[in-house]
Design a protein around this ligand. Structure first.
Ligand code: DGL
Length: 228
């Protein structure tokens, strides 16, 4: 079995690392679409078209299982791909697993940091509320972070200025912070530092969608009859 990862840019590293820790013997291949990144600043239809095209490239290379290692692509394109565009193919996104982690973890008040394109779908709230509609879910769009990370800037004043603005919108008493973009774990140190600076507490529990997808991948394979 080979796992094929697709992301708009560098976020694949975080997701693929998490899968490699869980499944060190499985071969993994990645495909990025840096030419069109960031997806998070694009329209809904552009994100869908670019994701369909990228995933088609993987199927053209005989991919069997595709992991959509991008939250923005997952919230926009996963459902249509599974139900209309690539019916019967194995495609896994990164958003359902973290929603399960929220509910399994008993969290009742979570906030999500994500790209603007992700936040405007309100899909995160929907995903969690399908499982438990009593969980309070707030979402903050964070434009500007992905372009900096794509340039290799993971810390420093440019990142801190944006984080100060976004993290100060969060309520200080949240139980978990969801890093709703696969690029954000790459700036985890800056997130921790700025959270403490702004809220005078340590960072709440962090939920990382890539990590949760890897942890729940075996269950997904069983549900899709890929393994017994
Ligand atoms: N890494 C993608 C995500 O998880 C977004 C990056 C982009 O805006 O292209 O949402």
């Amino acid at each position: 079995m080979i796992l094929w990862f697709f992301d708009s840019g560098l976020g694949w590293q975080v997701v693929m690392d998490a899968f490699q820790k869980e499944f060190p013997d499985i071969t993994m291949i990645l495909e990025m679409d840096r030419e069109h990144a960031p997806y998070g600043d694009r329209s809904d239809s552009e994100i869908c078209e670019l994701t369909y095209t990228g995933v088609q490239r993987l199927f053209d290379r005989w991919a069997d299982i595709v992991i959509l290692a991008c939250n923005t692509a997952s919230v926009h394109a996963l459902r249509p791909m599974q139900q209309q565009v690539f019916v019967g193919r194995h495609i896994l996104g990164v958003t359902v697993p973290w929603a399960e982690a929220v509910v399994d973890g008993g969290y009742k008040k979570i906030w999500v940091l994500a790209t603007e394109a992700t936040v405007r779908t309100r899909m995160y709230k929907e995903r969690v509320h399908i499982l438990d509609d009593s969980v309070i879910v707030e979402e903050v769009g964070a434009p500007g972070l992905v372009p900096l990370i794509e340039q290799g800037i993971m810390m420093g004043e440019a990142i801190d200025i944006l984080l100060r603005e976004y993290l100060s919108r969060f309520s200080h008493d949240i139980e978990a912070l969801v890093l709703g973009c696969t690029h954000y774990p790459l700036i985890r140190t800056s997130i921790d530092n700025i959270w403490t600076e702004v809220h005078h507490t340590k960072t709440p529990d962090i939920i990382d969608p890539g990590f949760e997808a890897a942890k729940r991948f075996n269950g997904w394979m069983r549900r899709h009859c890929i393994v017994d």
